[in-house]
Design a protein around this ligand. Structure first.
Ligand code: 5AD
Ligand code: SF4
Length: 464
C-alpha cells in the first residue's frame, strides 16, 4: 500500500477533533498513521484532500453537531469531487451505516476500534472507489507505540492514552457502549512512547484513560497505576506528569501517597463527583457516598496541601429533587474546587438512565446549572486571586491567543498564565510573578526580566 501511493504529491489532511483529550490523542495517531500515504496536516479544510471528523457522543446534540458539520462539508465536496470525507470516533461507532445513508457525500465511517485501520480504509476509497464502514471490534485495542512525526515536534505537552474503555456503567454514560470494556496498554509500550515524546521536546505528559485508577487491575501487566506513575517519574528529561480521569471509588491510598512522593507529579487531580446527594449517586451507580468522597479529598490534602482539585457535576439527573441539588451545592462549598465542569443531564442512546422515570424539566436543569455556575465562579476567582503576588513555575505551551508578544502556559496546579515572551520560550519552565487574576486565567511577568526592568538584583524567592 505504501509503495503504491507514496509517489503521489503530498496531500492535505484536515482532522476536526470533537470531545475529550482521548480524541485529541487519537487524532494525532491518525495523522501519524496517514503520513506514509503522503498525507500532511492541512489547517485549512479548503486545502484538504482528506477530511476526518473525530466525533464525541458523551452529551446531547452530539449526533446533531456531526450532521450539521457534514452538511457544511457537502459544499466543499461539490467544489472538489475528489475530496474524501471520513467520520470516526464515538458517534461513528454508534451510528454506523446510518451516516452513509443520511450523508451521501461521506466516504468512510470508522468506529473507535477501527482507528488504526484508517490507512487501509482510505486506500479502499481511493483504489476501489467504494464507500466503507468499519465499526467492528476485531482488532487488538492496544495502540502501537508510534514515534511522533516531524509535524508533531515543537510541543511542550502531550497526551498518552494508557487504557481505553470502561467497565463501570454509570447509568448516564455512553462510554462503555462506544469505547468498549477496559483494556490497559502494556507499561513498556507506554514508557517507550513517553521517551519518544521527550526526545521530540515534550516536557509534560498527561496520562489518559476513562478511569486511570483501574489501570492494570483487570488482566494485570504486573503493574498498577501508582507503579506506572513511579516508572514514568523516572524518565529523564520529563518535567511534569498529569493524569485524567480518576474515578473516586478507585482512588487508592497508594495513589494518594504518590502525590507526596513523586517529584514530577503535578499537584492537580480531576476527580469527578457528579452529585453531592447519596440518593442520586446511588441511582448513577457511582459506588461511593458523599462522605467517602469528602474523606478522599481530605486525604489528598493531607498528603499535598496545595493540591488543586477539579470535578464534573451533572445537574438534573432523573429524579434529582431540590433537596438533592442543595446537597450538591453544599458539597461544592465544602470542597472548594479549583474548577468545575457542569453539565445538564441528557439522555444518551442505550444508557440505563434514559429509561428512568422522573425526568427533570429543562427549565429546572437550566436554573440549577446557573446557580451552581455562579457559586463556582466566585470560588474559582477567589482561588485565582489568592496566587496574586506569588511566583509560579509556568511551563510555556505556546503563543497567547491574545497577543503575539505574550506566551501562555500552566502552573503546576493547572492555572493558565499569560505573560510577555516569545515563542523561543516554548517548552521552558519559567518562574512568573503573578500580577493579575481573571476568572479563567492569570497574568504576570517572568521574574528575572521584571527584576531587571526595575534595576534590582536577585529575585523573589522561588515559591511554586
Ligand atoms: N448527560 C450529562 N452529562 C454527562 N456526562 C457524561 N454523560 C452525561 C450525560 N448523559 C458528563 C459527566 C462526565 C463528563 C465527561 O460528562 O459529568 O464526567
Ligand atoms: Fe462513563 Fe462512569 Fe466509565 Fe466515567 S466511569 S467513563 S462516567 S461509565
Amino acid at each position: 500500500m505504501k509503495s503504491k501511493l507514496s509517489h503521489l504529491r503530498p496531500k492535505g489532511l484536515h482532522i476536526v477533533t470533537m470531545g475529550c483529550q482521548m480524541n485529541v490523542y487519537d487524532s494525532q495517531q491518525m495523522e501519524r498513521l496517514l503520513e506514509p500515504m503522503n498525507y500532511r496536516p492541512a489547517r485549512d479544510p479548503e486545502k484538504a484532500d482528506l477530511i476526518l471528523l473525530n466525533t464525541c457522543s458523551i452529551r446531547e446534540k452530539a449526533e446533531h453537531k456531526v450532521y450539521s458539520l457534514l452538511g457544511r462539508l457537502a459544499r466543499l465536496k461539490r467544489k472538489k469531487p475528489g475530496l474524501i470525507i471520513g467520520v470516526g470516533g464515538c458517534v461513528a461507532q454508534q451510528e454506523g451505516h446510518r451516516i452513509l445513508e443520511r450523508a451521501p457525500h461521506v466516504d468512510i465511517v470508522f468506529g473507535t476500534f477501527a482507528l488504526r485501520r484508517i490507512p487501509r480504509l482510505v486506500w479502499q476509497v481511493i483504489e476501489k472507489k467504494r464507500r466503507v464502514v468499519d465499526i467492528g471490534a476485531t482488532e487488538l485495542v492496544e495502540p502501537p507505540c508510534i514515534r511522533p512525526s516531524q509535524f508533531q515536534r515543537g510541543r511542550a505537552t502531550a497526551f498518552v492514552t494508557i487504557m481505553t474503555g470502561c467497565d463501570n456503567f454509570c447509568t448516564y454514560c455512553v462510554v462503555p457502549y462506544v469505547r468498549g470494556r477496559e483494556v490497559s496498554r502494556r507499561p513498556e509500550a507506554i514508557l517507550k512512547e513517553i521517551q519518544y515524546l521527550v526526545e521530540a521536546g515534550v516536557r509534560e505528559i498527561t496520562l489518559l484513560g476513562q478511569n486511570v485508577n483501574a489501570y492494570g487491575m483487570k488482566k494485570g501487566h504486573g503493574c498498577d497505576f501508582p507503579t506506572l506513575l513511579e516508572a514514568v517519574n523516572g524518565i529523564e528529561g520529563l518535567k511534569r506528569i498529569r493524569f485524567t480521569t480518576s474515578h473516586p471509588k478507585d482512588l487508592s491510598d497508594a495513589l494518594i501517597a504518590a502525590f507526596g512522593s513523586l517529584n514530577k507529579l503535578a499537584p492537580h487531580i480531576h476527580l469527578p463527583v457528579q452529585s453531592g446527594s447519596d440518593r442520586v449517586l446511588k441511582h448513577m451507580n457511582r459506588n461511593y457516598t458523599r462522605d467517602y468522597y469528602l474523606e478522599r479529598v481530605e486525604s489528598l490534602r493531607n498528603v499535598r496541601p496545595d493540591i488543586a482539585i477539579t470535578s464534573d457535576i451533572i445537574v438534573g439527573f432523573p429524579g434529582e429533587e431540590e433537596i438533592d441539588f442543595k446537597e450538591t451545592l453544599s458539597l461544592v462549598e465544602t470542597v472548594g474546587f479549583d474548577n468545575l465542569y457542569i453539565f445538564k443531564y441528557s439522555d444518551r442512546p442505550n444508557v440505563a438512565a434514559s429509561r428512568f422515570a422522573n425526568k427533570v424539566p429543562d427549565d429546572i436543569k437550566s436554573e440549577r446549572f446557573s446557580r451552581l455556575l455562579e457559586l463556582q465562579a466566585g470560588v474559582t476567582l477567589r482561588k485565582n486571586r489568592s496566587v496574586v503576588g506569588t511566583i509560579q513555575e509556568v511551563l510555556v505551551e505556546g503563543l497567547s491567543k491574545k497577543s503575539d508578544e505574550q506566551v501562555t502556559g500552566r502552573t503546576p496546579c493547572n492555572m493558565i498564565v499569560n505573560f510577555p515572551g516569545t515563542k523561543q520560550l516554548i517548552g521552558e519552565l519559567v518562574p512568573v510573578k503573578i500580577e493579575k487574576a481573571f476568572s479563567h486565567s492569570l497574568f504576570g511577568f517572568p521574574v528575572n526580566r521584571r527584576e531587571d526592568h526595575y534595576g534590582r538584583k536577585g529575585g523573589t524567592p522561588y515559591a511554586a
